[in-house]
Design a protein around this ligand. Structure first.
Ligand code: C2E
Ligand code: MG
Ligand code: MG
Length: 688
């Protein structure tokens, strides 16, 4: 609890203390005055009583001294002693001789020490005893002394009562006053304090104070309204201040024409993007886009049109691309910088650069004219080219200037070798997009041999690309490209169609060969892959058990359930499923048990070093044993030597494929191979 809320600090508590103290003092003072006044009155009454008493017995006492009658005198004295207050009485002659006298001691009482001070212990009264005979003659004196204790007791009792009741009255009045104060002031004040405590200093206008109930129009209401006005004006000026600060920040960090970050802001954004990408191990690309001949546009259409074009380009750049927000900035008049995060490699950056070139060159309608320009882009890559934001930016700018010298409307990477490599890949991608329509693909078939029976039991269909200028391009180079841009779907459909057509043709020729077709992960992810495969089988009237689909482990690791579902549907139709390149991926028993697989293909890297490298031999053995225990046929890929073949056979791997038997062959050569292979074996089997 804060100091201001300690009970003794509370205003109500302090007021209560003061009110009670003041009431107490006032009560005591008033009662004391009353008591003093009473004492005076009591004292006066005592004197008066004494005088009355003397007056009562004066005649009898005068008679006693006149006739010197001692008996009468004693009777008078005894009569006086009937009053408890009388402690001494005497009747004397003028010469001092005593006619009658009586004494008793002062009564003792605990309060005498106080009351004796006020009333004295005893009071003496006397009267001369005079007889008119005919002249007045004094015959003696009557004297009494009164003990004040009796009167004092009565006074004291009354004084105590007066004092106590006075204090009690004052305290009750004080309390009543306090309650009135509490009800009218303290309680509503507490309410207002609660309201004040709820005011958010960051946003004082949002929560205003409330006038406590029943106080509308009084001073508290005026106070609350005044405070609320103050809060509103504080909130108002706070907003204005924020707006001014935001404006200053904008001016210092953003380009006023396009609203894009300026160089300083870009560097800070880029630095945090690099930190983030360093953690996630992503590639970041920095594209410096210099507009080609922007000066010409200003000259031709005027500066306003030039500004409009810049704004329109800025709007097109500051968007999401590939689900990632691009950071766009304007560095100088005709120079923009874009930062792209979460890239896998520079090759993806090339795709973005192409997109940027397209976006920038889109025409903008200014007035009734279409204005357009092109740009040249310099690209630097993190972490490959540099690690610091300013260095990367400088590299991108340098590269842009260099690229401009070599031509317009193009992009260039900072590192020349990367630039060349990416450019080649880009060119290959462009060529690949025309390969299918240009009939540049064909299939070759690699025989799959049953080592025990020495029979060709199947063929793997492998694609070949005959590039018009570059010659034969191996699938390892273009399949990954086709997977990236998803053209593998179209290419894969073509392969499936061709392979099924070939298998159907061989069936008709009396060569019952099972055809194995490689199915890419991208193809397997397609929703309609099952229907598509079945449709191809139907089109070529190929029995489903004549088709085997080869899938790699990576295809189903992403979404195992979906893959299991699709492959099970295909398997239920009679199509066979093989896991290709087994041993290079996750090789987990979990998925093997769930997938409807018939064949495991040991990757050729393990067969290549079989009997040479212990590790590879062990892996090949493990896969063969795993196949046996799961009741799957194991196919050895890439068998090149007889030693490998003999070893595999003795280990129980009865299916193989490799250069030892044959390289992938065109269909007609394949047919010849099959008949010769079977014939040569039949000859050795049936000598003579
Ligand atoms: P893969 O499916 O594992 O195909 C086996 C690869 O091993 C083939 O290479 C084949 O020519 C090669 N090979 C066979 N026997 C031997 C041997 O004894 N020694 C050596 N060193 N190599 C041998 P290819 O034809 O270059 O294909 C490479 C990869 O490209 C294939 O590996 C497959 O993943 C992919 N691929 C080929 N055609 C297609 C296709 O139509 N669709 C899809 N999605 N992928 C394909
Ligand atoms: Mg294969
Ligand atoms: Mg393979």
């Amino acid at each position: 609890m804060t100091e201001s809320f300690l009970v003794e600090n509370r205003l109500g508590y302090r007021i209560l203390r003061w009110v009670l103290l003041t009431a107490l003092v006032a009560g005591i003072m008033l009662s004391a005055m009353q008591v003093i006044f009473d004492a005076q009155r009591v004292s006066e009454e005592l004197n008066q009583n004494a005088r009355q008493t003397l007056a009562l017995v004066r005649d009898a006492a005068t008679q006693a001294v006149y006739s010197i009658d001692e008996d009468l005198a004693r009777q008078v004295v005894d009569g006086l002693f009937k009053q408890a207050a009388v402690r001494f009485a005497s009747i004397r002659h003028p010469d001092g001789t005593i006619l009658a006298e009586r004494t008793r001691p002062l009564e003792t009482a605990s309060y005498r020490s106080i009351t004796d001070v006020i009333f004295k212990p005893e009071r003496t009264y006397s009267v001369p005893l005079i007889k008119n005979d005919p002249q007045p003659v004094t015959y003696g004196t009557l004297e009494i002394r009164l003990d004040t204790v009796h009167t004092a007791r009565l006074w004291l009792e009354r004084a105590t009562l007066t004092l106590l009741s006075g204090i009690a009255r004052a305290l009750i009045l004080g309390l009543a006053l306090y309650l009135v104060y509490h009800w009218l002031l303290n309680r509503p004040l507490m309410r207002i304090i609660e309201s004040v405590a709820a005011v958010d200093p960051e946003n004082p206008g949002e929560h205003l104070l409330k006038t406590p109930e029943g106080h509308q129009g009084d001073e508290l209401d005026i106070w609350v309204k005044g405070t609320n006005n103050l809060l509103r004006s504080i909130a108002d000026s706070q907003k204005k201040q924020w707006a001014a600060e935001a404006r200053i920040t904008r001016l210092s960090r953003y380009d006023h024409l396009t609203g894009l970050p300026n160089r300083a802001m870009l560097l800070s954004l880029l630095t945090s993007a690099l930190d983030d990408s360093r953690r996630r191990e992503h590639v970041v690309a920095i594209y410096c886009c210099g507009l080609d001949d922007f000066k010409g546009i200003n000259d031709q259409y005027g500066y306003r049109a030039g500004d409009r074009l810049l704004q329109s380009i800025a709007d097109r750049l500051a968007i999401e691309h590939n689900d990632v927000a691009l950071v766009a900035a304007r560095l100088s008049g005709d120079q923009f910088v874009i930062v792209e995060q979460r890239l896998k490699d520079g090759y993806q950056a090339a795709a973005t650069a192409e997109w940027l070139l397209r976006e920038i060159s889109r025409a903008t309608l200014i007035g009734d004219r279409e204005v357009s320009t092109t740009a040249t882009i310099g690209i630097s890559l993190f972490p490959g080219d540099a690690h610091q934001a300013d260095k990367l930016l400088q590299q991108a700018e340098q590269t842009m200037t260099l690229a401009k010298a070599g031509g317009r409307n193009r992009f260039q990477f900072y590192v020349a070798s990367i630039d060349r490599e990416i450019r080649e890949r880009k060119q290959l991608e462009r060529d690949l997009s025309k390969a299918l329509s240009g009939n540049q693909f064909h299939l070759v078939y690699q025989p799959q041999i049953n080592l025990e029976m020495r029979r060709v039991i199947g063929a793997e269909a492998l694609i070949r690309w005959q590039h018009p200028e570059r010659g034969l391009i191996p699938p390892d180079q273009f399949i990954p490209l086709a997977e990236l841009n998803h053209s593998i779907i179209e290419i894969g459909n073509w392969v499936l169609d061709q392979a099924c057509q070939q298998a159907a043709a061989w069936c008709e020729k009396g060569m019952p060969i099972r055809i194995a077709v490689n199915l890419s992960a991208v193809q397997l992810r397609q929703d309609d892959i099952v229907e598509r495969v079945l449709e191809v089988l139907k089109r070529h009237s190929l029995p489903p058990n004549r088709l085997e689909l080869e899938v790699t482990e990576t295809s189903f690791m992403e979404s195992l359930d979906e893959a299991v579902d699709k492959l099970t549907k295909l398997r239920n139709e009679g199509i066979q499923i093989a896991v290709d390149d087994f041993g290079t991926g996750y090789s987990s028993l979990t998925y093997l048990k769930r997938l409807p697989v018939q064949h495991l293909k040991i990757d050729k890297q393990f067969i290549h070093d079989l009997l040479v490298n212990d590790d590879d031999t062990r892996i090949a053995n493990t896969i063969i044993d795993l196949g046996k225990s799961l009741n799957l046929d194991v196919v050895a890929e890439g068998v090149e030597t007889e030693e490998q073949e003999v070893y595999l056979r003795t280990r129980g791997c009865m299916l193989a494929q490799g250069y030892l038997f044959s390289k992938p062959l065109t269909p007609d050569v394949f047919e010849t191979f099959v008949s010769e292979f079977h014939r040569s074996f039949d000859k050795t089997e049936l000598p003579g």
